[in-house]
Write a protein of this length. Sequence first.
Length: 156
Amino acid sequence: MAKKTASLKKATAAPAARGFKSLSPAARDSRGYREIEEQQLERFPNRNRRRAYTVEFTCPEFTCVCPKTGFPDFATIFIRYQPDEWCVELKSLKLYINKFRDMGVYHEDVTNVIADDLIDLLDPNQIEIVADFTVRGNIHTVVTVNHSKSSMKLDD
């Protein structure tokens, strides 16, 4: 019985006690960390303005941190927009989405921040952002933000 208890304690010990370490200073100084930290959303001209079309992105590995508990939140972010003059550059979008991984932010806020940043960058004809968060504490949260050039803003 003593052996089982000892192995159970070892298996449930904190990661550091089990030999896992936080990222090294070298890893925190890596190209990936720098790229995410220095990210800027980028755009390029829409070369297909002769017709209306829709662009859709799925970001299935979105993470952020609950500002109240510090626990991680996981989501799939769906971005759907109809470009006008501009399209978003994909690598910049990937790095932008990754910048939220250590941020303490509420689900509603992060969805609106992503929408605001893309609207400011692209001024699309229409855009929809859906943040489908993984169940936590028996609650499944889905936040949807819609915007179109013809829609009125609530604060106008």
